[in-house]
Design a protein around this ligand. Structure first.
Ligand code: ZN
Ligand code: ZN
Ligand code: ZN
Length: 369
């Protein structure tokens, strides 16, 4: 029923934007609307949603068994190895003037679709799906909360010193974080960044063979996907930093600034606030403290069935926060060649005020070595 409501809303948006057909393939849109996730393979899977008429899920024969059929929501059309799935989609779409294609659809499929639908105008499906997906209903907020709580357990263990760091490589610790995310109920790990010392100055550092030593900061940013009752996965994402041994005064000072800026941004994420304003309040504090040049990325990203989605908490995004918007608040300070730090929570805008789903202690954890 939840899927039917979502598809109805999508059709209402299609009407407004005069879109005749919505085509969804790999990526997060498809599971959001029908509970099935396409395999990212060379065989086409595509949900064809005409503005009027029944939706059809086009699936290769060998993957048909994985589909949970939902009569009334979509009809299943299985194609065999010698069939041409692009031709099938083309015939279903027919004389459509405007077609919205899932943003993550492989370019190769889109090129072939352009050939069979030469008269159609194409647009991104996200123009229809993002505004719907970015506002989470109560069940989705609950699913995000469950994923955040599972990630919190790993972060609490990290801060407590239950994950050994000194003498191990970043890659080894990354594997342990990933395994712990799975043990806490995630079905999939999306990333587990472990960046020690100067490596922490690179926000998306790839954990490598570098051995973690005493007297350095270790930045850990990890998250995964956890399925809800309908089998649709929702993402977690958290960053905490630990310092091995007593941190130097410079790091303590910088962390204090980061901590206060992040808390201020979480508090500013109220319904009616512009996304860019949430970015601005924390960036101003970090700039006033002299670190403005070292906060080199936006404050945050929306989160849901995808780890990064709308709304983006960034300068220039005047979109106003609405109840149900879920996003990260993750300012950072990065000193090239020396150290880096980031503090990240997942927050949901609600009428009662911002709800912080990440409850792990926000202070810099100081561990003995
Ligand atoms: Zn990131
Ligand atoms: Zn993160
Ligand atoms: Zn994030």
């Amino acid at each position: 029923m939840v899927f039917q409501q979502r598809l109805n809303k999508a059709r209402a948006c299609m009407r407004e934007q005069q879109v005749d057909a919505l085509l969804l393939s790999v990526g997060a849109d498809l599971p959001y609307f029908c509970g099935y996730e396409a395999m990212a393979l060379e065989r086409l899977t595509m949900l064809v949603v005409p503005f009027d008429g029944a939706a059809k899920l086009i699936v290769p024969r060998l993957e048909a068994d994985r589909v949970v059929e939902r009569p009334g929501l979509f009809d299943l059309q299985v194609w065999d190895e010698t069939d041409d799935p692009i031709a099938i989609v083309g015939s279903l779409v027919g004389a459509a003037n405007k077609v919205a294609v899932g943003d993550h659809t492989w370019a190769g499929f889109l090129v072939d679709l352009l050939k069979v639908l030469p008269k159609a105008q194409f647009c991104r499906a996200s123009e229809i799906t993002s505004p719907l997906r970015s506002i989470k209903d109560a069940a989705e907020v609950e699913a995000l909360g469950a994923a955040a709580a599972a990630a919190d357990k790993v972060a609490v263990d990290l801060r407590a010193g239950n994950i050994s760091l000194v003498g191990r490589s970043e890659a080894e610790v990354s594997v342990e974080l990933a395994n712990r995310l799975l043990a806490e109920g995630h079905q999939r790990v999306n990333f587990a960044i472990v960046a020690a010392g100067a490596n922490a100055a690179s926000p998306h550092h790839e954990p490598g063979q570098r051995i973690i030593g005493a007297n350095e900061i270790v930045l850990c940013d990890f998250g995964g996907t956890m399925e809800d009752a309908h089998g649709v996965g929702y993402c977690s994402d958290i960053t905490r930093c630990v310092h091995l041994g007593e941190p130097p005064a410079e790091l303590v000072e910088a962390y204090e600034v980061l901590h206060e800026a992040q808390a201020t941004q979480v508090g500013a994420a109220v319904v009616g606030q512009r996304c860019e304003e949430v970015d601005r309040v924390g960036r101003q504090m970090i700039t006033d403290a002299g670190y403005g040049d070292y906060f080199i990325h936006r404050t945050g990203h929306g989160i849901g069935t995808e780890a990064h989605e709308h709304p983006y908490i960034v300068e220039g995004n005047s979109e106003v926060l609405q109840s149900g918007h879920a996003f990260s608040i993750e300012p950072g300070i990065y000193m090239p060649g020396r150290w880096g730090m980031r503090l990240e929570d997942i927050v949901v805008a609600a009428e009662e005020g911002p709800s912080n789903l990440s409850t792990t202690d926000h202070r810099l954890a100081i561990l003995g070595t």
